[in-house]
Write a protein of this length. Structure first.
Length: 124
């Protein structure tokens, strides 16, 4: 009887361990700073820095461009290999969708109209 209790207790703790490990833990691929270039906008190519961090399990961040106040993301939609960020700048609601190309590069579009690329800014 003691052996049966020991086996059941062991199985219980093993099940808890696997359940805890199996919880959804998203990759932090998108976390960090990305140099984003949007090509062909009416005012020329636009270069900005997309900053993403994980807070309480969700991606949050802001878009930074020289000469413009940083714009916090109102929403971040994350999938396994893509991210879409939503923000307002200069009176316009903007979204930029980017797909993973490789470990340090992204490719996508701004509001579905302008080609965009992203390159991870590596810390030295």
């Amino acid at each position: 009887m003691k052996n049966l209790k020991l086996i059941l207790a062991s199985l219980f703790f093993l099940a808890i361990t696997f359940t805890t490990m199996a919880q959804d833990t998203k990759s932090d691929y998108f976390v960090g700073d990305w140099k984003v270039v949007v090509k062909g906008t009416p005012s020329g190519d636009a270069e900005m820095v997309m900053h993403l961090e994980r807070l309480d399990g969700k991606l949050v961040g802001e878009m930074r461009a020289e000469g413009i106040e940083a714009s916090k993301f109102s929403q971040v939609s994350e999938k396994e290999t893509s991210v879409t960020v939503y923000y307002s700048t200069m009176g316009y609601d903007i979204n930029i969708s980017l797909d993973k190309v490789d470990e340090n590069n992204l490719k996508g579009s701004l509001i579905g109209m302008f080609d965009a690329t992203g390159e991870r800014i590596l810390e030295e």
